[in-house]
Design a protein around this ligand. Sequence first.
Ligand SMILES: [Zn+2]
Ligand SMILES: [Zn+2]
Length: 201
Amino acid sequence: MIEKSGAITENFLAEEFRCKCGCGVILISEELVQKLQQLRDHFGTSITVSSGYRCPIQTKNVGSDSSSPHLLGVAADIRVTGHTSKEVAVVAEKIGFDGIAYINDNYLHLDLKGRRWYADERTGKTFKSFQPAARTLKQGMTGDDVRALQQALADKGYFYADKVDGKFGNITFGLLRAFQMDNNLTVDGICGPATKKTLGI
Ligand SMILES: [Zn+2]
Ligand SMILES: [Zn+2]
């Protein structure tokens, strides 16, 4: 637990996690702050902490109870500048936060309370995962998953490393077919589960 003041990671000050009731107490998990820094590094834009540590008085003030991870110093409500809470939740899950909940479209609750809890606080709805379902990749699509496909092809000598751009065009189509042909896959230029498995993506 961090109880000091000043810089605690490259981009976070201990004061940002101080209890808001006026008591002046800062008590925050080092691991939580390290993971927030990872989130900051991923997006490369500032993170606003609206609530970090909450002392017993502040816990009552906000209508919460003794089970609140904020009271234990293992939670933060945050907003990443320029990104929705939905976008941030996907990355936060990969980074390994235990509790992730939408507060609204921009603010997200994150904690390390040791129990997996993915939810929307507005509706009480819970989620198994925030990750989008894997798509079958076809010509005309764009995205990080197409980029991963191109990179995997490049790693196996079937794509040009300098042409990895996340756009599934003619070149990707043609070279994917070549990869499929050489690996006894259906030669259709479509990247479905079997081709993904062989590519290791
Ligand atoms: Zn307080
Ligand atoms: Zn919270």
